[in-house]
Design a binder for this molecule. Structure first.
Ligand SMILES: Cc1ncc(COP(=O)(O)O)c(C=O)c1O
Length: 415
């Protein structure tokens, strides 16, 4: 099997074979990507997230020290002394697990403290916490939207949002295009009980920011609600890191603020911040909340500290932004195309799966850790190298990456 001709899309649905037959075919595809040194997935880190990562190279068996440009740990809170100390204290006090689902004994006073801290951080009445951001988005949407409702989605929203809309009607609008959103709102007028516009605050593959102020205006004019997924925005944008509503000075005007604890907050889990009565509904109808054991004490403890750090140590965000500006200026002056990137996420759009795979192979050899993003994750003409940077990157790390990118850019006629 030649993986050059194929993509993950070819194995999503395979006719006339059973599951083992499908798995065997997919394994042949993966083996060929290994032979071509195009398999950059599940690289094994020996010491966790940081600006430099020690990686066990699956091709040579050697341990490589790589400049790590693939983390969502934007403020490096995974290794912050305050998040570690708070996590350790919670582990010592409550033990390693919560012991039950939240409704049936698993709710700790620490979980309540975290919910209140999230509500304060997001400026909302109340919040609910989940053990995953994916589960929090999907579980919330699946429980609140019914067959007489409609979700109006930016075409680039995260997969967790798309999966969450399986019980309801959906309509997509062109990415961050307000005319297209207005058109969609006009078309669905008076037909549904609830119209809910769902967008990401910062888009995970493009790094651009939703026009949330305009979206809220349009929603009000058309009797719709708004939900924003703050996964890549919390801690990164807004004057004190509170995310997209703060960035646009519209805090309190977004009906449902969703987010993950796994990116700038440096732990794991997700949350919804909204009106108290909506949160109560989720306690009893959101299945990933009700039927899944409550968050570990260590995660909850670290997360409370993470929000304190975000608000009390602005120098971390300032350093991140100085890195973003430095990296962006240099990439643009080298001639790379970065789409509409406005935050710590940098797509280098190449538009050719093969070139992206080859470029990532070369960058791996040069100890630069980036990720390929290929069809069907993005349309073929938007295949890209995706990079993200952190506050703990130093100029020397970014310069090493820029030199390697320049070499690869010339080798593959990208610049
Ligand atoms: C925009 C967005 N929303 C939600 C999620 C899911 O979050 P988690 O990784 O915490 O499950 C992700 C994570 O990849 C994401 O990028």
């Amino acid at each position: 099997m030649d993986s050059r001709e194929l993509s993950l899309a070819n194995f999503m649905k395979v006719d006339d074979v059973d599951i083992m037959g499908r798995a065997k075919m997919f394994k042949e595809f993966l083996d060929d990507t290994m032979d071509k040194k195009h398999s950059q997935y599940r690289r094994v880190s020996l010491d966790g997230s940081g600006p430099i990562m020690r990686v066990q190279d699956k091709y040579t068996g050697d341990v490589k020290e790589m400049v790590y440009l693939a983390s969502n740990d934007y403020l490096n809170l995974t290794k912050h002394p305050r998040t570690i100390a708070a996590g350790k204290a919670a582990l010592e006090k409550y033990g390693s697990g919560a012991g039950s689902v939240p409704l049936l004994g698993g709710t700790l006073d620490l979980h309540i403290e975290l919910e209140e801290r999230v509500a304060k951080f997001k400026g909302s009445e109340a919040a609910i916490i989940y053990t995953s951001g994916f589960g929090s988005n999907a579980g919330t949407l699946l429980s609140i939207l019914q067959e007489n409702d409609i979700a109006i989605l930016d075409m680039l929203v995260h997969a967790s949002i798309i999966d969450g809309c399986k019980n309801t009607n959906t309509k997509f609008f062109r990415h961050n295009d307000m005319d297209s959103l207005e058109h969609a709102l006009t078309r669905v007028k008076n037909k549904y009980n609830t119209k809910l516009i769902v967008v990401d605050g910062v888009y995970s593959m493009d790094g651009d920011i939703a026009k949330l102020d305009k979206i809220v205006e349009l929603a009000h004019a058309h009797g719709a609600y708004v939900m924003v997924d703050e996964a890549h925005a919390s801690g990164v944008i807004g004057k004190t890191g509170r995310g997209t509503p703060q960035h646009f000075d519209i805090e309190g005007k977004v009906d449902i603020v969703a987010g993950t604890f796994s990116k700038a907050l440096g732990v794991v889990g997700g949350f919804i911040a909204a009106k108290q009565e909506l949160i109560e509904l989720l306690h009893f109808y959101s299945r990933p909340y009700m039927f899944s054991t409550a968050m570990t004490p260590q995660a909850a403890g670290s997360l409370i500290a993470a929000m304190d750090v975000i608000e009390e140590e602005p120098q971390l965000r300032e350093k991140l932004w100085s890195n973003i500006n430095y990296f962006k200026e240099n990439l643009l002056s080298l001639g790379f195309k970065l789409g509409n990137s406005e935050t710590a996420i940098f797509p280098i759009i190449i538009g050719d799966d093969w070139k992206v795979k080859e470029a990532c192979r070369r960058l791996h050899e040069m100890d630069i850790y980036v990720n390929p993003v290929l069809y069907p994750a993005v349309p073929k003409k938007l295949a890209r190298i995706r990079m993200s940077i952190m506050s703990a990157h130093e100029k020397e790390h970014l310069d090493k990456a820029l030199n390697a990118l320049e070499t690869v850019g010339r080798e593959f006629n990208i610049i």
